[in-house]
Design a protein around this ligand. Structure first.
Ligand SMILES: Cc1cc2nc3c(=O)[nH]c(=O)nc-3n(C[C@H](O)[C@H](O)[C@H](O)COP(=O)(O)OP(=O)(O)OC[C@H]3O[C@@H](n4cnc5c(N)ncnc54)[C@H](O)[C@@H]3O)c2cc1C
Length: 433
């Protein structure tokens, strides 16, 4: 078959890998000038390693991602340093990277709440029955089983942080289950950064004969009378037996408006948030205590959700001695941060760093970068399993594998690989002739 894959993120690349190894002729169309999508990275002069545009790591439990890396013979490039994750409480930070550590968090007080927290966390870690949980919102379920105090101290700030006031009370409990069930506290990355992995993967794909067309946005997928699908890229039109789209649901609806109304409606009803992430290279270390990941509740007044000192996880020497800090948030597309430029956001964000280290001044900043993505975090509402668009769309030969369909799992490169490989299996089962 001749197959087109739209998007050279980790999902699109994993699909191209499986298809080409089965002997199919694959073209990957990618709108940007590099591969890796949301997991891509960049390198400043003097850096040996790249930095992800949007902070990334793997969990050692990411079996699909680790499996793929293993198949590529690159497992020896995976490194697993042990970072410290902390949670803010009344001006201080407390370790928060295991159930026992979290149970010591002072926000819970002593006594019954710690026990309730421990039991609920343990139950969610052990149960496999997410279907029973998906009909409740996190808010309903947690208030009932963990109690108001535990919920309001531990989970609610995290859920509001992640989904904002608009969605925090609507997100399904299955989402929180998946986070607690699937994630380990050991975090992994690739020697040289995620971009180094993506580049090695690209080289492998090219060696297999996959054509990767960078800077080539697809703007239409049309069904032809000869049963093939035509891809239009502004420049030329090409025909394929099958097409796999790995972009957002909204974009698929624009690329293939011939999809039946029901399917289009389903795509457009899916909710998601964007992400704004600023990276700064500081001349000095921010957290002398060596904290890597700071959980910041929205009500503590920080202008962002996530604060990550990457170089408390990986050595500053990999980055020419720079201390790399990420400041990021998940936000609706109409949020003011999407209109603000780098300098405006830096003015807003920098004072917050002084809450971690009062010595921080503008002089500390050697360089900064700003990345924005409109489609960064799907928002699964209750009973989301009923609303997931089918991978095999009703248009003959057209397949769809996106972050919105990996539910009950939260989006991540691991699940991008899983769904891409699942999509390829379906494509091969249903191949023409
Ligand atoms: C802030 C943030 C933090 C994250 N942290 C982690 C983490 O720690 N660990 C983890 O595993 N995952 C993390 N993720 C999620 C992870 O990045 C994604 O789940 C994964 O990269 C999705 O891969 P994908 O291939 O499905 O999609 P994408 O990476 O979105 O790839 C889609 C590709 O399609 C391209 N494209 C778009 N339109 C067109 C068009 N018209 N024509 C051609 N190409 C087009 C895009 O440029 C892009 O390259 C994070 C995401 C964000 C935003």
């Amino acid at each position: 078959m001749r197959v087109a894959v739209i998007g050279a993120g980790i999902g699109g690349m994993a699909a191209a890998y499986d298809l080409s190894r089965q002997g199919h002729e694959v073209t990957v169309f990618e709108s940007s000038d590099h591969v890796g999508g949301l997991a891509s990275g960049f390198k400043d002069e003097g850096w040996d390693w790249s930095v992800e545009k949007f902070y990334h790591h793997w969990f050692t439990s990411d079996e699909h991602m680790m499996g793929l890396i293993n198949e590529l013979g690159l497992s020896d490039q995976v490194v697993i340093p042990k970072p410290v994750t902390v949670m803010y409480y009344k001006g201080k930070f407390y370790p928060f990277d295991s159930i026992p550590a979290a149970a010591m968090y002072p926000g819970l007080g002593w006594g019954i709440n710690k026990i309730r927290f421990g039991l609920v966390a343990l139950f969610l870690r052990v149960t496999k029955n997410w279907q029973a949980l998906e009909k409740y919102t996190i808010d309903e379920w947690m208030r009932k089983w963990a109690g108001n105090k535990v919920y309001e101290e531990m989970w609610e700030p995290m859920v509001i942080g992640k989904f904002g006031e608009t969605y925090a009370r609507q997100v399904t409990m299955a989402w929180l289950w998946a986070r607690l069930h699937a994630r380990t506290t050991r975090l992994a990355t690739f020697r040289g950064g995620f971009q180094a992995f993506c580049d090695l993967f690209t080289a492998r794909l090219r060696a297999l004969g996959v054509e990767i067309a960078l800077s080539t946005p697809v703007n239409r997928i049309s069904s032809r009378e000869n049963g093939l699908l035509e891809i239009s890229t502004g420049g030329e039109n090409r025909e394929y037996d099958q097409v796999l789209v790995t972009t957002s649901p909204a974009l698929l609806s624009k690329l293939a408006p011939q999809l039946p109304e029901d399917y289009l409606k389903g795509l457009l009803s899916l909710k998601s948030l964007g992400a704004v992430v600023m990276t700064v290279a500081l001349k000095h270390r921010l957290s002398e205590k060596g904290y890597y990941w700071f959980n910041l509740p929205k009500n503590a007044g920080f202008p962002f959700l996530a604060l990550v000192e990457h170089t408390n996880y990986l050595k500053p020497e990999y980055f020419g001695g720079d201390h790399i800090i990420y400041m990021g948030d998940y936000l609706p597309a109409d949020h003011e941060y999407f209109q603000m430029d780098k300098e405006e956001l830096l003015d807003k964000f920098l004072p917050a760093l002084q809450r971690i280290n009062p010595d921080v001044t503008r002089d500390w900043v050697r360089k900064s970068w700003l990345f924005k993505a409109n489609y960064a975090q799907p928002v699964p509402l209750i009973n989301h399993s009923r609303n997931i668009p089918a991978i095999q769309t009703p248009v003959k030969g057209l397949y769809f594998a996106s972050m919105s369909q990996v539910y009950p799992w939260d989006r991540g490169t691991n699940f991008a690989v899983e769904i891409a490989r699942r999509a390829v299996r379906l494509m091969l089962q249903n191949r023409p002739g």
